[in-house]
Design a binder for this molecule. Structure first.
Ligand code: TXA
Ligand code: MG
Length: 334
């Protein structure tokens, strides 16, 4: 299949009818959001949604998020508890997904048979306009299953060129990390995936909020609430280790012998041999680390180095969300 690649500048007038028509006719379109690129199908076309699973090599029991353009469309997909209406409207559009009890007409293939559905209103003008013109779009991240999520069109092309109908290229995604997921279908709000909206912010907004064990420990638990969290994720093909600063001296000693490279923030570059570092952003601007994370993991795979060593981050704010991804992408070094 020939994949149509179209450039859309999010800062100019957005002409969305071509990709929207592809979706309406049952095609698959990769599109930018403010978090990562998504691989979309019209949510009510079961056949197209099924193709998403095939193309990505995604497990059948891993549900998809439905993207909508506004709150009213969200209410047509899931049941929004009245007590959360105000906060949801305050947080959207934005990098956050709400798990809600699903409406009856939502295809089973989208929710992998669950009675809940993840819904998100993207703020990215291209994603938002695409949903507005097309209707609800089911979309996971636009990578092959297990690979780092794509934060620019180049990464999407790497994984999906020739396999889908269209890729919209709108440059790099602003946050670079997938949306925060919060489950509002039960008695208490429950964080299912930390993301750009931080745990601290959520606590402030929701007051009492539950953080399950599998998020704190990053462990692979048997039946995590977000089915996707049990799979190995975001991993480069080459071995990647995460280490703590107490082990810095030991790591420096083995770099040469193993043809290894250290991935660290700009502030710490000075500790390592000049030709064996990849910079991932600045501690002083922690969101820059989230923004670069997946791109750096992909570029490490293509580099001349054989083994990667990434510095662990202090687990607060956005770096808590970064560490959540790293615990799945890397092996802890001991
Ligand atoms: O930022 C994002 O959320 C991106 C962009 C494209 O919107 N999408 C994304 O989708 O990251 P995906 O499929 O890569 O990750 C969605 C996660 C999976 O772990 C899945 O299991 C979980 O959301 N999920 C989806 N629906 C759910 C539901 N009803 N209950 C619990 N978890 C759900
Ligand atoms: Mg994903």
């Amino acid at each position: 299949m020939k994949t149509k690649i179209i450039k859309i500048d999010p800062l100019k007038e957005i002409e969305i009818s071509l990709p929207s028509n592809i979706l309406k006719r049952g095609g698959l379109v990769a599109f930018p959001t403010e978090t990562v690129y998504g691989l979309g199908a019209y949510a009510f076309n079961e056949e197209s949604v099924r193709r998403i699973f095939e193309v990505k090599g995604r497990a059948q029991d891993n549900p998809l998020i439905i993207h909508v353009s506004e709150f009213k469309m969200m209410q047509e997909i899931g049941i929004v508890p009245e007590k959360y209406e105000k906060v949801i409207q305050k947080l959207t559009p934005g990098p956050i997904t709400f798990v809600l009890k699903k409406r009856k007409n939502i295809p089973k293939v989208v929710t992998a048979g669950l009675n809940t559905v993840g819904v998100r209103i993207p703020a990215h003008p291209v994603a938002n306009k695409l949903c507005k013109e097309t209707g609800p779009i089911a979309a996971p991240s636009a990578n092959l299953s297990g690979k780092p999520s794509p934060t620019d069109a180049k990464a999407v092309i790497e994984d999906l060129n020739g396999k889908i109908d269209c890729i919209i290229d709108s440059g790099s995604t602003p946050f670079g990390l997938e949306s925060t997921i919060i489950d509002l279908s039960g008695d208490k709000p429950l964080i299912l995936r930390p993301g750009p909206i931080t745990v601290e912010e959520l606590k402030e907004i929701f007051g009492e909020i539950e953080i399950p064990d599998f998020i704190i420990k990053g462990a692979h638990v048997k039946t995590p609430k977000a089915p996707g969290m049990k799979y190995k994720h975001y991993a480069p093909d080459k071995p990647l280790f995460m280490f703590f600063k107490d082990d810095r001296e030991k790591i420096i000693k083995i770099l040469e012998r193993e043809n290894g490279v250290v991935i660290c923030p700009k502030e710490n570059v000075r500790y390592y041999p000049e030709n064996r570092v990849i910079v991932i952003g600045m501690l002083e601007k922690p969101y820059s680390i989230a923004q670069n994370l997946f791109r750096v993991l992909r570029s490490f795979d293509k580099s001349e180095f054989d083994v990667g060593y990434i510095e662990a981050f202090e687990e607060s704010g956005i770096l808590f969300s970064v560490m959540n991804r790293l615990k799945k992408a890397a092996t802890i070094w001991r």
